[in-house]
Design a protein around this ligand. Sequence first.
Ligand code: ZN
Length: 471
Amino acid sequence: MSDIRDEWIAMMQKYRFSPERADNERFWCAKLDTASREELRFIQSEKLRVAVRYAYECIPFYRRKYDAVGLRPDDIRSIDDLPLIPVTTKLEMANDLEQHSPWGTYTALDDEMWLQRGWQIFASSGTTAQPRAFRYGQFDREMWMWTNARAMWAMGFRPGRDSALIAFGYGPHVWLWGVHYALNLMRIPIITAGGLDSSARVRFIDRYKPTILACTPSYALYLASLMREQGLDPSASSIRYLFCAGEPGFSIPSTRKRLEETWKAELHEFYGCTEAAPSAGGYTCAAVAAQKDGMVSTHLMEDVQIWEVVNENMQSLPNGNRGLTVVTNLCSEASPQLRFLVGDYTTLTHEPCVCGRTHARAVGGMLGRADDMLNIRGVTLFPSSIEDVVRGIPTLGPEFAIVLKKERDLDVLIVQVEALPEIPTDRYIEIAEQVEREVRASCELRAAIEVLPQGTLPPTQFKAKRVRDLR
Ligand SMILES: [Zn+2]
């Protein structure tokens, strides 16, 4: 093993406080979770210097990239030098992958090392390009358990009281694997439900009484409707926490309200990406989740990742400006990406949270990847804005679809929604008019609304596919 890899691992271990158990009721790792800005900047700078040398020596993709712009690892002395590092995009990774199938050259585990130190592969869901698989290592799993336990401790999950049902198929999607291992570390038991169909999961909730349900927001709503069909009431169930990821949820007011009211539970979420695991990336805390009105925010974990927002020209923006998220990953042996463009619009603040955590937060949460943004007749639209309208209308079910067409060279926006079973069809016209009015008011777009009986659109089993662009 190379010296720089040893040096990198030693640096990770140096700042891995409280690896086994929580320090106290409020913080898993009080020393890091409440560190001052100066302390955080110091830790980030120390880790960054080693990370840049590590990437240069162990990741061919980064060596080529830095050589091309004349960047030497020694040029990076602190996080003030971060802007010298060029931003990396998914497209660059996809191009590299085409030339170096099947793994690309943008990670630090080669074939030999994968067999010695590998843990699992995870694949990107790939909205923009062909799926990219990432080989993560055993050391990553340890870091992951620790960072995710810190985040889930902030949510209020506790051993001795809670148990969790993880509703996913244990496929290559990244986040619930990390949740699984972190729950093990926290000694919170798991109701094993991978591979079960949704009806069986409903029966497991009813019978084994988990307090935490982990799944995508769309799936939580689908599972609730299935529960009602089986004569059970989700709001009377044992679930007290909904723990979501994979799609925006917490930051869409009417989706959050619908989830919390349907399940009579507190909504929490993780935010991150396959490329820069193993960490929660972003997470909600109990204090912010308890505020039902007002601005939401998502915590970031700055001792293990550096978060920035950039403008369309990839220039770093000062705090308080809305921009696209960029992450520098200081905690993965396999995938220590430097200034990777995750690409969600948000605004960062360094104001400490009421929960006592001092790290940066994303104000307003995350509303979806810029890749998902639609351009309709020159107006930009996030599918989440349509979602906020649909989920706020009590006569409608949770599913919806956005269809885009061209008619005589003009973009046509069609929104398909589903009326609840108890709504008579003679009310569909009135409902369509209401949806049309509200879409126009909140998105400044005219839309044709199709009201369908519930069950017409395919139910969401994992991540929802909301948009069909036929233009
Ligand atoms: Zn907080």
